[in-house]
Design a protein around this ligand. Structure first.
Ligand code: ATP
Ligand code: MG
Length: 284
């Protein structure tokens, strides 16, 4: 789809098209930057057969944002989220958190930065099978050498909030997928992180559990937590406030919810993703 077609499709609606860094600069003047990935490249392989997973992506995350990242398989979504959350390092480009360059931090500083600011939720929950639910939730706090009283207090607080107190003495294999994902959320949230980073967190959940998880994330977002999430699912993406479409390692489009209802926003997302599918079918 070219720019003209897309603009026609969205005429009358407040949809911001990504046209380059200038527009993002403009946008950022109004809000506070929390996390900024600037001109990020990620190259794999040795010189001759180098392939680029990311080719100059810029993303500004403002405090309180709820951003979803969508795009075809292999387009670079996980790569982007991994770079922004210090799981991996870019080949080129800068990443700043509250104005501070996180790429120049040493290992201990990075570990502290993660503990204080980030909570991770993954598609396959990443719980440790031979630890109880309580122990799994405590892991981030144990790693940061918190006192037992502090751990007890914070674990209790989060299990109340997510309504999973009954699971505390069980093991992950004794819990359902939805329960395990709530436990994974509790583990991500126990340290009260500023940003939740989630890579297809509903990928292994049924519709009901997906919506429960998203309703919970939406509530946290309204309370001030920033959310950065990868998803393939149009409905899940409609919980966000802003959508970044990635294609071949580049930002293809940005869609903002602004004052659209969730239903209207959902239909805008479908418009875009169904065009993507149509393009694929045309190629076949
Ligand atoms: N460790 C690696 N070594 C080499 N290539 C890699 C590595 N990790 C990712 N890639 C490549 O980088 C590209 C982007 O991968 P990425 O995992 O970011 O895609 P994605 O958009 O998350 O896809 P999916 O929707 O399938 O999860 C892909 O072509 C992938 O094969
Ligand atoms: Mg991925």
């Amino acid at each position: 789809m070219d720019l003209e077609e897309f603009e026609k499709l969205n005429s009358g609606l407040k949809v911001l098209l990504f046209k380059g860094e200038d527009e993002v600069e403009e946008d950022s003047k109004k809000e506070t930057d929390l996390l900024v990935g600037n001109n990020l490249y990620k190259l794999y392989g040795n010189n001759k057969e180098e392939s680029a997973a990311l080719k100059g992506v810029t993303l500004r995350v403002h405090e309180g944002d709820f951003i979803c990242i969508m795009g075809p398989s292999g387009s670079g979504k996980s790569t982007l989220i991994n770079l922004l959350s210090t799981i991996d390092e870019p080949t080129r480009g800068t990443i700043k958190f509250n104005g501070k360059n996180i790429l120049s931090m040493g290992e201990r500083e990075i570990a502290k930065f993660r503990y204080e600011n980030l909570g991770f939720i993954f598609q396959n929950f990443n719980l440790i099978d031979n630890l109880t639910i309580k122990e799994n939730i405590s892991i981030p706090m144990l790693l940061a050498s918190n006192s037992m009283e502090e751990i007890e207090y914070k674990v209790n607080r989060i299990v109340e909030k997510l309504d999973i107190r009954d699971l505390l003495n069980k093991y992950p294999y004794e819990c359902s997928g939805g329960e395990n994902q709530r436990v994974a959320c509790a583990r991500a949230l126990v340290t009260s992180p500023k940003i939740i980073v989630a890579d297809e967190p509903t990928g292994n959940l049924d519709t009901k559990n997906s919506h429960e998880l998203l309703t919970m994330l939406q509530r946290l977002n309204r309370e001030g937590t920033t959310i950065l999430m990868v998803t393939h699912d149009n409905m899940i993406a409609s919980y966000s406030q802003k959508l970044l479409f990635i294609r071949d390692g580049r930002v293809d489009k940005i869609l903002k919810r602004e004052d659209l209802s969730q239903k209207e926003y959902f239909h805008k997302i479908i418009d875009i993703t169904s065009k993507e599918s149509q393009n694929l079918i045309d190629i076949l």
